[in-house]
Design a protein. Sequence first.
Lengths: 280, 263
Amino acid sequence: MTVSTETLDAVANLAGSHAQSLKKRRTVPTIMISLITVAGLIACWTALSFYKVVSPLFLPSPLLVARSFINLVTVGFVDSTLAQHTGASLLRIFAALFASVVIGLPVGLAIASSRIGKGIFDPIVEFLRPLPPLAYLPLIIIWVGIGETSKIVVISLAMLPAIILSTVAGVKSVSSDRINAARSFGATPAQVLRHVTLPSALPSILTGVRIALGAGWSTLVAAELVAATRGLGFMIQAAAQFLVTDVVISGIFAIAAIAFLLETVARLIERRFVPWGGKL
Amino acid sequence: MSILSFENVSLDYGATATPGKLVLDSINLTLRRDELVAVIGRSGSGKTSLLNLAAGFIAPSRGRITVDGSAIDKPGADRAVVFQDDALYPWLNARDNIAFPLELRSVPKRDRFEAAEKLLGHVGLSGAGDKKIWELSGGMRQRVGIARALASSPRFLLLDEPLGALDALTRVKMQELLLTIWSHSGAGVLLITHSIEEALLLATRIIVLSPNPGRITADIPVSFGRQLLAGQPVRLIKKLSAFHSLQDTLTDLIHDVQVEHAA
């Protein structure tokens, strides 16, 4: 019996594609592994609360937390809905971010590009950087009172080192050839800063903003502990005082969800404004 | 005719880096606008330092550098630099990179656009203006870098091993492009290169630098570039006995200098 070359090729192709499809079927996507992990954790949580291994006062069931979450959205807790608490917290975070960028960018530029700037600001940044916000919160309250300003000041102080240090790193890593190219076309120092240094440092600055947002969220709860009437941190704190654990857990989930959302938006902004990142 | 001139120039990094480290010693050199001067020499001979001095990025320790008799004390648009690693701006597309020197001078957007399109055509990149820098090959990026330098209408083009990172085939094409640009732009060219062959093919004069400290050991006029411009194929030029003889001479010069230095 003779077999044509075409037939042999067709059989080989078929075998190849079969092997490929088998390989594809065997590979479990990473997202699936993550989803299975989350489902497993929720199942453990459900089992622990269902069999009352832990008292429902300390660990309410996922169903109760979900109901509480819906209740927070529709009715609210301590005179405000979840949206109002979230809005108050976001306002503080963004006001603090704005302040820390407005202060941090020029300070970072001064440290990176001037000996005098480094001499003045470096000790202050190094002093501030390792301090936990709770340590200086009482002092800020003594200085600026218990109003909105103290909360924004504390959050922005927590954000500031990340913005400053990322600006310093970004400016220091600008290629000297890029700067010299602009100088050879007659650029003034101000033009070099605007057209070369800042755009070159942008990837690092945006990374700093992302890190600062994380630091800001961590400080938010501490800042809202003091004389706040709204905010996610305040809501969690108030719920904890009355042992309303389901609201505490809902609040934690809300913070995590918003932090995740902000991180996603920050990444999208990074992709939009720094599309060359990792390509050059 | 504009002249870029080095008058008894020495460069000593003593005040900054290594104390007492003489990089260039008593350099006397002139570059006219109708010349393409190639500088060759071993690593450490101060080729790039020579270019940085001409660009005004660094100041000489002794002597002076002038353009038409006026001392250079800072970088200027009359001396545009093309770097080995292109130094393009990735946040701008190819056209805006080329138009960048014009933007610095506040040239209106429409005029910048037209000038950049024209220069894109000169370097063989018509239609590539909207491309992002990371979408271009190494050769294309260097073309954009050269076009950007030309946009500032410089009197002198300072090229710091602009073809060093390119593959052999692209390099040959770019060498021809450089010659054409030099002959049409009216700018004098100072070319720093490691390649003796490249220097022979392009230059009207070749300067040989000795290492540690860099001193001019030879200043040789050559004419193969003009033959190439006249349409003679590269492969025929490379077969000329004069080409081989000069190539050997230059190799010996660099080698002898090294042996002498080691001794």
